[in-house]
Design a protein around this ligand. Structure first.
Ligand code: PXL
Length: 276
């Protein structure tokens, strides 16, 4: 495998096992050089803690980009996660244009909502901008809440294959090469991921654990990027990432004190073996 340089753009939540503190170790563990562009620094994530600090780094982002342009630094892949504002989305689109090697893979996880609700601080203007970023990506990885917001269709807690196909087709019509829909569950005991590519939909189903964990979307997207950039197909990468995410949740579910994230670190060797 030749050496690959991956850039990931998202916040640093200092505590809470999400965004950059997940993406950097996971993608690095996959054997890929990982560069970061922090969009903000928070004391901890916004999903369940009482409060947090938020240092917005939006103004630094174009300055950092400019240095990379001057140095001729370009990336084999750019993966974006949680972004703090519509202006950051514009900056990211610009970076796609200036810092991509020819053939650079653009992966967008529109991390902004779950369980039928937008995360704290986001509104429909942000959703509109995120839809535009998805349009300029190669791979997008929304959950069903994010998909319904982006496509402007009704969010459903229970659904059938026709509903999921409709979401996937509408998302693909925006422009990405592949749509990976996460957390797709047709019956209570299982869940899975849908891969929609070249007009065809496939499904990888796996066991559903009774308790989810915060940050698993970031674990999923990071391990997907890791597997994809080590040469796996979209379907294989989607499957490897799903199996790894399940292991991370299994590794955490018996520890009630660990409510804020999933213990992904001690099962990293299993992710690495699945790439062989
Ligand atoms: O895991 C997504 C995420 C990332 N970053 C921050 C968050 C969240 C989800 O709540 O609050 C700051």
């Amino acid at each position: 495998m030749d050496h690959k340089l991956v850039l990931t753009i998202q916040d640093i939540s200092c505590v809470g096992q999400c965004s950059l503190t997940v993406a950097l170790p996971i993608i690095s563990a996959c054997g890929l050089e990982t560069a970061i562009l922090p969009s903000a620094v928070l004391s901890n994530h916004t999903g369940g803690f009482k409060s947090w600090t938020f240092r917005d780094l939006t103004d630094d982002m174009p300055l950092i980009e400019q240095k990379w342009i001057e140095e001729g630094i370009q990336f084999d892949a750019i993966y974006t996660g949680y972004l703090g504002s519509a202006r950051q989305i514009d900056i990211v689109k610009h970076i796609f244009g200036t810092c991509s090697k020819p053939g650079c893979v653009h992966v967008v996880d529109p991390a902004m909502a779950d369980n039928g609700k937008l995360y704290y601080g986001f509104d429909m203007d942000f959703v509109k901008e995120m839809a535009k970023l998805c349009a300029s990506a190669d791979y997008i990885l929304p959950n069903i809440t994010e998909a319904s917001l982006i496509t402007g269709t009704e969010y459903r807690e229970t659904y059938d294959e026709a509903y999921v196909l409709d979401q996937a087709q509408k998302l693909a019509a925006l422009g990405p090469k592949s749509v990976i829909l996460t957390g797709i569950s047709y019956e209570p005991s299982t869940t899975g991921v849908v891969i929609y590519e070249n007009g065809e939909m496939s499904y990888y189903q796996h066991h559903r654990l009774p308790k989810g964990s915060h940050g698993t979307g970031d674990i999923y997207a990071s391990s997907f990027v890791g597997a994809l950039m080590t040469g796996k197909s979209s379907y294989e990468a989607a499957k490897i990432a799903a199996d790894y995410t399940v292991k991370c949740i299994e590794n955490t579910q018996d520890d009630p004190d660990h409510w804020y994230g999933a213990k992904f670190e001690s099962v990293l060797p299993e992710l690495i073996s699945s790439l062989k």
